[in-house]
Design a protein around this ligand. Structure first.
Ligand SMILES: NC(=O)c1ccc[n+]([C@@H]2O[C@H](COP(=O)([O-])OP(=O)(O)OC[C@H]3O[C@@H](n4cnc5c(N)ncnc54)[C@H](OP(=O)(O)O)[C@@H]3O)[C@@H](O)[C@H]2O)c1
Length: 363
């Protein structure tokens, strides 16, 4: 699987990060193992969990997602070959919401135990906490890095100005900084002023910020729970309106033209962004895993004159690059299209991204 640099860390991570939110709870252990195996077989190594996953599912209290990920890593003896992220900050049974120093330290210990590891590769502040001084939170996170319990720090559900404030404070003190931001983000844009409660959607400010500051954007809920392709799923009201209608028409056209599914086009569009956006990929069964993995090229296109650049995008909007084969057709190496016999999905993949950008500018 193609890899993407994680902020300024010097670390390359999988272009598709597997979100394991429902693994070990709604999705049982055997299927969770199978899906994680499939992701790894496809070259993926970046896993996303959180302490609270998924306490809202009936019969669960939170921590089950980390637990199944930890068991799987132990059984597969692959801890050194995977890159794991977890989070702290939201409430779950027995734990209050917030980013107080004590809470960060205690929750990290619990996550380490559940994950059966002595270090978390990427540890997020899951939500901004306006009631705790940033200094207290950031010093505590830095302490975890210094203690070797956490390698890198990330933020999630922060506005750009709060993220910058946090980073400036960390920098002033010589503390570890947030290297990435995980935000709600998809191809459709929420209506102006739309709220998702605690979930903060990536806006123009943030897209400009990440492009300028070399902070990596990770997109959660990129498929809007399957609503792009499934009759049994509806778009939330926050996404309904003329802007989305126009964008959906583009997506439909690009999908028909390339034979790629709308979901694949969205993942590919993110991964090929400049700077790249890492989608949090979720898959609950084999068919979803096959389709979603099919969106990602297995390696980077070559540098130099062979590269084909699509229109420049607005900040955070994709540009399409593709390797060109002997016949001059754009190609992605090694990926697997979801539709057997799909009409040239791989060969026209860059076209899908270029087209989506062109049309995005006109809507
Ligand atoms: N930082 C945060 O606050 C935050 C918030 C939410 C999520 N996350 C992270 O982001 C990850 C993904 O979030 P999400 O679940 O909201 O993502 P999503 O992309 O909006 O939705 C994923 C869901 O869509 C369906 N799906 C997936 N692939 C499909 C396909 N090819 N065709 C049709 N339906 C498909 C599945 O639903 P069914 O299972 O019902 O079939 C799957 O659970 C999570 O696992 C978690 O790691 C983070």
């Amino acid at each position: 699987m193609k890899t993407i640099p994680l902020g300024t860390t010097g670390e390359d991570v999988s272009a598709l990060c597997l979100g394991v939110l429902y693994y070990g709870n709604r999705i049982g252990k055997a299927l969770s193992y199978h899906l994680m195996d499939r992701y790894v077989d496809a070259g993926g190594s970046f896993f996303d969990s959180a302490n609270i996953y998924s306490h809202w599912i009936e019969g669960f209290r939170g921590g089950e997602s980390e637990t199944v990920l930890g068991q799987w890593m132990a059984d597969r003896a692959n801890r050194s070959r995977v890159f794991i992220a977890s989070k702290v900050g939201f409430a779950y049974p027995g734990v209050e919401r917030g980013l107080r120093a004590r809470q960060i330290r205690e929750e990290c210990e619990k996550s380490l135990r559940r994950l059966q590891t002595d270090v978390i590769d990427l540890y997020y502040a899951h939500v901004d906490d306006r009631t705790t001084p940033l200094e207290e939170t950031l010093e505590a996170f830095d302490g975890l890095v210094r203690a070797g319990k956490v390698r890198y720090l990330g933020a999630s559900n922060f506005l750009a100005w709060r993220l910058e404030m946090a980073r400036m404070i960390s920098r002033a003190h010589g503390w570890a900084e947030y290297v990435c931001i995980q935000q709600r983000h998809t191809y459709l844009r929420p209506k102006p002023g739309a709220s998702f409660g605690d979930q903060i959607s990536a806006n123009d400010d943030l897209l400009d910020y990440v492009a300028s500051e070399n902070v990596t954007l990770l997109a959660y809920s990129p498929l809007l729970n399957g609503a792009y392709t499934r009759a049994d799923r509806a778009f939330q009201a926050q996404y309904l309106g003329p802007d989305s209608d126009a964008r959906l028409a583009v997506l439909r056209a690009v999908s028909e033209e390339t034979g790629a599914t709308a979901n694949q086009v969205i993942y590919a569009w993110m991964v090929q962004s400049a700077p790249p956006v890492i989608p949090l990929m979720a898959a609950s069964d084999d068919a979803q895993m096959t389709e979603n993995l099919g969106s990602c090229p297995s390696r980077d296109p070559p540098d130099g004159g062979e590269r084909r650049r699509a229109d420049d995008g607005e900040p955070g909007v994709a540009r399409g690059d593709a390797e060109r084969g002997a016949d001059g057709a754009a190609r992605w190496g090694g990926g697997v299209g979801a539709r057997a016999g799909g009409r040239g999905y791989l060969s026209s993949h860059s076209l899908s991204v270029a087209a989506i950008i062109r049309h995005s500018h006109s809507v």
